[in-house]
Structures are given as C-alpha cells and as structure tokens.
Design a protein around this ligand. Sequence first.
Ligand SMILES: Cc1ncc(C[n+]2csc(CCOP(=O)(O)OP(=O)(O)O)c2C)c(N)n1
Ligand SMILES: CC(=O)[C@@H](O)[C@H](O)COP(=O)(O)O
Ligand SMILES: [Mg+2]
Length: 624
Amino acid sequence: MGILKDGFKAPEDIKALSLEELYMLSEEIRSFLVESVSKTGGHLAPNLGVVELTVSLFNVFDLEKDKIIYDVGHQSYVHKILTGRKDAFGTLRQFEGLSGFPKREESRYDIFDTGHSSTSISAALGIARARDLKEEDFQVIAVIGDGALTGGMAMEALNDVGDKKTDLIIVLNDNQMSISRNVGGISTYLSQFRGDPGYERAKKEVQELLDRMPLGKSINKSVDKVKDGIKSMLLPGMLFENMGLTYLGPVDGHNIKEMSKVLKVARDMKGPKLVHVITKKGKGYVRSEQHPEMFHGVPPFNTDNGKAKAQGKTTYSKVFGTTLMEMAKNNRDIVAVVAAMPDGTGLTGFKELYPKRLFDVGIAEQHAVTLAAGLAVGGMKPYVALYSTFLQRAFDQVVHDLCIQKLPVTLCIDRAGLVGDDGETHQGILDLSFLTPIPNLTVMAPKSLDELKYMLYYSETFPGPLAIRYPRGGDPEDFDLPPLKTFTPGKFEVLAEGKDGYLYATGKMVQKGLKIIQRLQAEGLSFGLVNGCFIKPVDEALILQHLEAGKCIVTLEDNLLHGGFGSMVLEAAAGHKKAGRILPLGFRDTFVVQGSVEKLYEKYGLGLETITARIRKFAGEKNE
Ligand SMILES: Cc1ncc(C[n+]2csc(CCOP(=O)(O)OP(=O)(O)O)c2C)c(N)n1
Ligand SMILES: CC(=O)[C@@H](O)[C@H](O)COP(=O)(O)O
Ligand SMILES: [Mg+2]
C-alpha cells in the first residue's frame, strides 16, 4: 500500500511517519517523478536529487508557519507533491496547468516566486527581517544549489546576512552541477569537503592539534594567525564562517536521519546558518544519474531508453554554435562567453574545439557582459551567448560597459520571444524594449535559421556593439524564403509588394507574416511583406515611402509593444502626417503565462486568425 497514494494528507502527516516510512515515501516520490515527467517533460534531474532533502525539511520544519524559498525553483516538484499538488502533475508546465516553479498564486505553501537564479537568500533575508521587525516567530529557509550560489546576487546576500546576523537557514544543495558541470572557484572550494577519507583524517588531526594549542592571550599573536590560516585551509566552511555564518556539514542529502539531525541543530540555533548538503543530481533513475545535464530539463521521453519522444530538429542555438565554430577557425580573435548554459546556447561543440576561447562564467550574466567588454578592449572579438530573459540581469553592463564605449561585442540573444512551458519568468519578450533605447547599440533579428548564419558573418567585421536576437527551437519545414545575405544598417528587406498595405514583421514573425499575407490575398486584400531585419535602426526611408504612398503599415513582433519593433517604426513615422496609419501588433503590457507557444499566441491575440481579422479591420478603416 503506497504512502503517497493512500490517505496521505501532507505536509502535516510527514512528521507521523517512521524513518522507514520516510524512505518508502521518498522512493514512491521518485518513481512518480520519473513516470510523470516522462509524459509531460520538465526538470527531472534537479528534483530526483532533492527528494530526501525535501522530505527531511518537511520532517523537521512546520510548513504551516515556517517558510521555504527554493532558488530557481526548478527543484520544487517534491515540495509540490508534498503540499497536495500531486494530482495536478499531468498538467505540469501546460497552459493553465501546474507551474514548473513555485507560485504564490498556486499554493499558500509557495512563499516566493522564482525562476531566475540566485534570488533565494535575498528574498529569505527580507522575509526574516520583516518577521523580526514584526516580532513574529517562524523559521525561514533558503534552499540554493551550488550553481545558483555562483550568481552575484547570492554573494551580495551572503555578504549582508553574515554582517547583520539575521536568523536564517541556508540549505546549500551541492551536487557539483549547474546545468552542466559547475564551474569556478566556489565550486572548487566546496569540492574540498567531499568525503575524501585522507582529507577527513587530516582535518580531524589538525582540529585536535589546534584545540590543544593555547589561546592568543598567553602566546604571541602570530601563532593565532597561523592557527586561523591552517583552519581556513582545512576546516570545511571557513569561507562561510569568516562571513559570519555558522557552517554545518557537509551532510549526505540522501540520508534522512542525518539530514533531519543537522536541520534540527540549525533550527534550534540562533543567527545565520549554512547547511552544506551533498546530493547526486538525477538520483534513482539510471539515465539521469549518468547524464544529469541531459535530464536537467527534458521534453517527454521514453523511460526504457531515456530517449526523447519527438525528433530533435535544427535549432537556432545549433546554427549559432556551428557558425561560430566555423568563423573561429579562420579568426583567432573570436571568443565566446556563456553564463552556465553552454549546451542550451549551442556552444558545446565550440567548448570542445576551442576550450581556451570559451569562457563559461557560471550563473553570472553581468560579469559575462563586462568580461566580454574587457576582452574587446584587449583586442578580441567576443560573442556573448545569453537567453533573452537572463540578459535582463545585465542591462547596466550593456549600457555602461559596452555601449558607452562602443565596443565591438556581439550579444547573441537566444530564446527571444516566447519560450512556452517555463512561463512568465522565462519568456523573452522584453529584450527589444530594454535594448532599443540604448545609444550606440544596433539590434538585429533573422527571419530564418539560414539568415542567422549570414547575420553572424556580418557581425564579424561590425565595428560596434551589436545584438542579434533569435527564438527557441527551429523553423517550420514549409518555410523556404531565401536568407538575406548582405546587410546595411537601417535597410529592411521587402519580400512582397502590396497595393493595400504592408506587414512589417521581425525575426521569426516574418514566417507568420507570410501566412497572413497569403490569407489576406485569398480574401482580396493585397498586403506586402517586409522583413524588419534591423530593429534598430529601422528603415525610415521605406516607412515614409509607404506612408506617403497612402499604404497602411502593420508591424508584427514577439516582444512587448512598449519600446519594441512597432514602437521604433511608429517613432520613425512620428510627425509625418500619415503616422496614424500604423498598427503595431505584439504583446501589450503583460507578462505571458506558460503553455505551448501556439496556444499562447492565440491567447494574446497573435494567432493567425486573430491577426488576419485585425489587419482586415484596420485596412478597411478610413484614412483620417
Ligand atoms: C539568472 C539565471 N541564469 C541562468 C538560469 C538557467 N539555469 C536554471 S537552473 C541552472 C543551474 C542551477 O544549478 P544549481 O543551482 O546547482 O541547481 P541544480 O540544477 O544543480 O539542482 C541554470 C544555469 C537561470 N534560471 N537564471
Ligand atoms: C530553470 C531554467 O532556467 C532552465 O533550466 C530553463 O528551463 C532552460 O530552458 P531551455 O529548455 O529553453 O533550455
Ligand atoms: Mg547544482
């Protein structure tokens, strides 16, 4: 009889379970996760790794009052299962279904919405300080991975927490993995404490020796310094201790008894504490244990062989990676910078071929951009590959470090537009809005996979900061417009002429635009199609030419309207007497929820039918 299945009304019930039952429950959760995520897709390996850790947290803390904040939140599935949401897993990451991240709107047990990395300690600290000011009584726990700990925000928060001695528990889930293998000094530092028996013995002996040594009062100060130095080298967690936190661990995160013991110590101790937990990402399913990076986030897959159910097609990320490799062969100045996502951005091949010319900086988008600026000053030709949503972190670096100095860095903005399943936190619909106002920055978007290749070739000799944005996934098979091969800033590509008006589309919206003008044609409306390959600068001459000829213009983009492509076209036409004949189409002042991309276009008024109807109506309206 399964614990998860029968009469289990977690989270309160967990405390009534014996140790043996807690392990049984963990196994049931694990099987459920593999079965369920194999059908829906989702973040499997991160969750398999935190099963016992989460069960232990529920075993020790009182979820009716204590507050757990999950960093990134991609590992919150176990928490969701234990807080009454198991039956909703069939809808995971689908439209109107269960979110893949903690959502305050979804459950009172979800304390803080996450999705982007390294926010948990700051948020937890804020909640803890509010608690203290209001003289309330509950525990606050931030659960953060070793990857997320590399993010600047986490470091800023650690600096603060230790200084003010706020009561808080940080559970550091150390699995030596970000999405790929974790990188950097923090990761190396943490790995020293992993169960090397020689190290453990030496550490014990040194500790005993140090304990026997007299204290500073009776002996000169330099002995104390030597003692501290030796301690820093050999005692685990001295980095955190020196920052004012009490370090507890390392503890085996799959051992519920040990975990519960250490968590109780942390619970009952005052001040900021860091519990260092060692786990195995992907634990319990052989394929994800062997390839945690492949099972970090997965599409639906076959549990027998771990293979994805749908065929993988050529993606923009892949074209970016292979083109950059090809360019790098003949240009030794080309270097790539990536923030913990070499696989997602298509740079794995580049990393293997040119390990010295690929800088994976960890989850550190701000640093990535300024590092690239420095590389450019040093005479290199840097390409920074970031997802649109994560570039949001580095706005000031793009302004202050790239654009004021006009440095020839190319920002390769992946996952621009809708990404679908990850929802509000991950949709790439803001980049045009925050990039277009930045002086000295040129912004481009290819209409197809092939065109991305030529834009990258173009970027090689581009003299200043350049951003190229492209979407998640690839092109539909039936799209076969030839790529534009040469580019002039501020010059659009006219793909079809129209008698009644023009549809100006940018990026992959050109593909949709083609279908729309064909539909309009069938209804007797003649609309031309323009590829807005430059979002900044726009083709002012063409815009004015069309307006002067009495044509209406409809713009189409997968970005917010404010500050986006349509906004740029409107601005170019501002003051012109026919400026009223422009209809901008995109996302209007909204965050876009989770769901399949096509479903979301429908919901937000950008489905084929809706756009066609809107253009029909607009074209039918009289000129002022
Ligand atoms: C600001 C930001 N950059 C990048 C990502 C993409 N991302 C999601 S999870 C992850 C790895 C996190 O590693 P870790 O915190 O150790 O968690 P694990 O998956 O190992 O459990 C990355 C890079 C993100 N969510 N937010
Ligand atoms: C949680 C997170 O931020 C990433 O794992 C993200 O979900 C990856 O998205 P892609 O699947 O588009 O690479
Ligand atoms: Mg990790």
